[in-house]
Design a protein around this ligand. Structure first.
Ligand SMILES: Cc1cc2nc3c(=O)[nH]c(=O)nc-3n(C[C@H](O)[C@H](O)[C@H](O)COP(=O)(O)OP(=O)(O)OC[C@H]3O[C@@H](n4cnc5c(N)ncnc54)[C@H](O)[C@@H]3O)c2cc1C
Length: 416
């Protein structure tokens, strides 16, 4: 039996391998990196069926422009004369409207709920898998009147779409965070959201896959394909050619480069974010988003991870300390009693979110190639949507139709 090749060993690639292996496929995961650190290992770990609005939405453009003026703001586009960036920005601009949001909601809702269900099944099957899964909901905190208006408006939209949501005042928030003051006007609570430890999940999955016969090849780069009339016959790697039955492309923010090798366009940019872990003192209990600062806070008992910023940049390795300071300073603004010391530079994690220009992932068959499918471009929701994406790709590989509607995620929507 020829193997199925999964390109990219991030969380989407690993869950794809997981479901393919369950279907009895022989699977090889190939990753150019070390499979120790990538965008999937230091994120906020939030599983968010509440996130039904794509990044490209009304107000993002005006907010983005005002944020561009501050070195500590949560959003930045590194200006440069780059055709790929200009095309991406134009598409993002065209998609940032309420019609696009309305059109996207049913697709995002369908896949998000399916993914949460798969997480629950995964946890039951693996007896928790030591991934620190906490099914305790997500709190969106706001300090300003403007933030309140925005979040309440979002809560109406969520409710209308059948997502459970509660509007909380200061007293309710005190009950969720009994150990310290939370300096906010209020918050929106999504009880069905959850969070987990992304690094523990990643390590657990790797061990499970290897134990179950999946081959993980790190430090190996895909450089091209050997193509037949309408099928890919082999992948060409930095270490030679591997014949294959089919290919699943889960290459995160680099997936556009793989599409180019296959002869079509898949607009994608990296949206860099940072995170760091601090001692959790006084202890935060509830995972939250500090909405005006666009900062996430995920508690794991004695430790807590803060993360944020979105820099549309091609410098994957560079740490912009000013933006990390922006994240750090927001901690005291929301939790004035929290004892925080600025992290050492080598303790700052960075990751490139794979961002499509409409905020929707690309999931499904590739144009022209019958045995190639893509699962990429999940932006801020890759961990949350990874199980669903993996299951959908494994089903597609077997010619099975799943229950999730995929039209909104069409891989060829910008292909030309
Ligand atoms: C600060 C921050 C917080 C976040 N918080 C959350 C959250 O709470 N919840 C959530 O759902 N999401 C969150 N995200 C987003 C999430 O981390 C990403 O969407 C997700 O990790 C993307 O996973 P991936 O597998 O698609 O990509 P990646 O993890 O980037 O993996 C892609 C892999 O493909 C490999 N690759 C690329 N090209 C090649 C090639 N040519 N040959 C071989 N290998 C190749 C790369 O080396 C890489 O390992 C956050 C992101 C950031 C930055």
């Amino acid at each position: 039996m020829k193997p199925t090749i999964v390109i990219g060993g991030g969380i989407v690639g690993l869950f794809t391998a997981y479901f393919l292996q369950k279907e009895g496929e022989e699977v090889i995961v190939i990753d150019k990196g070390d499979m120790e650190e990538n965008c999937s290992t230091g994120n906020a770990g939030m599983v968010v069926p509440s996130h039904i609005v794509p990044l490209a939405s009304p107000g993002m453009i005006s907010k983005g422009i005002s944020w561009m003026l501050s070195s500590k703001s949560p959003f930045y586009i590194q200006p440069r004369l780059d055709k790929k960036l200009i095309e991406w920005c134009l598409l993002f601009y065209r998609n940032s409207n309420s019609k696009h949001v309305q059109k996207s909601i049913p697709f995002l809702k369908g896949i998000s709920l399916f993914s949460k269900q798969l997480y629950m099944e995964f946890i039951a099957e693996h007896d928790n898998g030591n991934i620190n899964f906490q099914d305790r909901g997500l709190l969106m905190l706001y300090k300003s009147r403007e933030g309140e208006n925005e979040e309440i408006e979002f809560s109406h939209l969520a409710k209308k779409s059948g997502i459970e949501v509660e509007v909380l005042g200061k007293e309710d928030i005190r009950k969720l965070e009994p150990h310290q003051e939370v300096d906010v006007r209020g918050g929106i609570f999504f009880p069905d959201d959850a969070h987990l430890s992304p690094k523990d999940l990643y390590q657990y999955l790797k061990q499970y896959l290897v134990k179950n016969g999946v081959v993980l090849k790190s430090g190996v780069r895909i450089t091209g394909f050997e193509k037949g009339a309408d099928k890919v016959k082999a992948v060409i790697t930095s270490e030679g050619k591997i014949d294959c039955k089919q290919v699943m492309v889960c290459a995160g923010s680099w997936s556009g480069e793989i599409a180019k090798m296959l002869g079509f366009k898949l607009p994608m940019m990296g949206g860099k974010g940072y995170s760091f872990v601090l001692p959790n003192n006084p202890q935060l209990m509830q995972s939250s988003i500090l909405t005006e600062a666009r900062v996430s806070q995920s508690p794991y008992g004695e430790k807590v991870r803060f993360g944020g910023t979105m820099e549309i940049s091609n410098k994957a390795d560079h740490v912009n300390l000013n933006r990390v300071k922006g994240i750090f300073e927001s901690i005291k603004a929301y939790y004035p009693e929290f004892k925080a010391e600025f992290p050492q530079e080598d303790q700052i994690w960075k990751g490139m979110r794979p961002c499509s220009p409409d905020g929707l992932p690309y999931i499904g068959k590739a144009p022209k190639w019958k045995n190639v499918a893509f699962g990429a471009g999940h932006s801020m929701m890759g961990l949350s949507l990874a199980p669903a994406t993996g299951k959908i790709l494994a089903d597609l590989g077997k010619g099975k139709e799943g229950e999730v509607k995929l039209e909104g995620f069409a891989v060829d929507r910008y292909a030309r």
